[in-house]
Design a protein around this ligand. Structure first.
Ligand SMILES: *[C@@H]1O[C@H](CO)[C@@H](O)[C@H](O)[C@H]1NC(C)=O
Ligand SMILES: *[C@@H]1O[C@H](CO)[C@@H](O)[C@H](O)[C@H]1NC(C)=O
Length: 387
């Protein structure tokens, strides 16, 4: 009897050891490390995760249809580049700074809002509506955020990061598109070019201000080829001879390339002023251009045609009825609806990229091949899959 009991105990212990070993092998790897504990993002609709619609609640389906299955504060069918980046670093999606309910800022904050510009909105220059949350305002919000973290840290506020987070954060900038496109129709390319140096110098000076707050790693996304965007192909004046073999407008894309060179150069200069910081230029333009030019090489079908819009045709974009909206036109209620296969499109609504395109851009960026200077996120982080 005694012997039996010992045998049972010993076999139990053995089973336990085998079980423990088994569990150790199967257990999810929670030893993933990442030097970036937070992301602070500055931008416009291309990286807004809900700020604009928190301030001005009016978002409609089909935004969010692919991933969130409902409107999720993003002007696309699913995730944005910034969402994929957060996932890759093992961080949660960024809470909008302007969203007071349900937000968690322990891993950063998102200051981006739809229609934001770098320069303070000079109303006379802008034809269309511009968000009041320009880059200068977003920087003020960042400063306020840091001041509050410093002030409250001993009170243990649960949804704020520790005060030493700012040196261990990634600061991302994806802004400037609205400065560029907002006055193209009224001022033309040459008119817009007059103030583009001011746009890049303001991005550079914002980086230096955040450096002074403790920031050390800055990722600046360049401007996408807006000459391939369905909305601008419909709205901006151009001649037939201005269309290249991929269906994009040559003149506007050339102006984008000039802007990007200027931005790249401004960041190179900025690096000299803050040599112990990483100031990285992310060439998402190249990736987007490749998608617009060769969608079928990347599992897609349509480059310059929007998924969500009204009117069909080559661009499926009608400036009178934006994605998700209904307008009474010539006595008919017209609704801009989504296609059933957004994964086949680069453009979601004529201006914003689909989740599928955003994922391809994020993939390419995370792989590091589009950074100047070369920068490997893998060296700082165990990159998580972003499926
Ligand atoms: C258009 O929609 C509005 C709001 O739903 C409705 O009141 C109106 O009668 C509709 N008009 C037509 C012509 O269908
Ligand atoms: C990035 O790397 C992943 C994993 O190695 C690979 O599957 C993907 O195709 C790469 N993407 C690009 C754009 O190079």
């Amino acid at each position: 009897m005694k012997l039996e009991a010992r045998k049972v105990r010993s076999s139990l212990r053995q089973n336990f050891l085998v079980f423990a070993l088994f569990m150790a092998i199967l257990a999810p790897r929670n030893d993933a490390k990442c030097d970036f504990k937070a992301i602070f993002n500055f931008g416009d609709s291309n990286s807004d995760t809900g700020g604009f619609w928190a301030a001005f609640p009016a978002e409609r389906p089909p935004n969010g249809m692919t991933y969130f299955k409902k409107p999720a504060g993003r002007a696309t069918d699913g995730r944005l580049i910034i969402d994929f980046l957060a996932q890759a670093l093992g961080l949660p999606f960024l809470s909008p700074y302007l969203q007071s309910i349900g937000s968690d800022y322990r891993h950063g904050a998102n200051f981006a809002t739809l229609a934001s510009t770098v320069r303070l909105p000079h109303t006379s220059l802008f034809v269309t509506g511009v968000s009041p949350f320009s880059l200068a305002i977003q920087l003020n919000q960042m400063k306020q955020f840091k001041a509050k973290v410093d002030e409250l840290h001993s009170s243990g506020k649960a949804n704020l990061p520790p005060p030493n987070i700012f040196g261990k954060s990634l600061y991302t900038f994806y802004i400037g598109q609205n400065d560029f496109t907002g006055s193209l129709a009224s001022l033309g390319i040459n008119g817009v070019k007059q103030f583009l140096p001011e746009v890049v110098s303001q991005i550079a000076s914002t980086i230096k201000e955040i450096y002074a707050l403790g920031g050390r790693t800055f990722l600046v996304l360049n401007l996408a080829p807006i000459g391939c965007y369905p909305a601008f192909l419909v709205e901006l004046p151009h001649s037939v001879s201005d269309i290249d073999s991929f269906g994009c407008m040559i003149s506007y894309n050339r102006a984008v390339a000039d802007y990007n060179s200027m931005l790249k150069e401004a960041l190179r200069e900025t690096r000299k002023d803050i040599p112990d910081a990483n100031v990285i230029y992310a060439d998402i333009h190249s990736v987007m251009l490749e998608l617009f030019q060769h969608p079928s090489s990347h599992g897609m079908k349509y480059g310059t045609k929007a998924c969500c819009g009204y009117g069909g045709g080559a661009y499926n974009f009608n400036p009178q009825v934006f994605c998700g909206n209904t307008k009474l036109i010539n006595g008919h209620n017209l609704t801009a609806t989504a296609c059933s296969d957004p994964h086949n499109y680069v453009s979601w609504d004529g201006i914003h990229a689909t989740e599928a395109a955003n994922k391809l851009v994020a993939d390419a960026m995370i792989n590091g091949s589009y950074f100047d200077p070369p920068f490997s996120l893998h060296k700082f982080c165990d990159i998580q899959p972003i499926g």
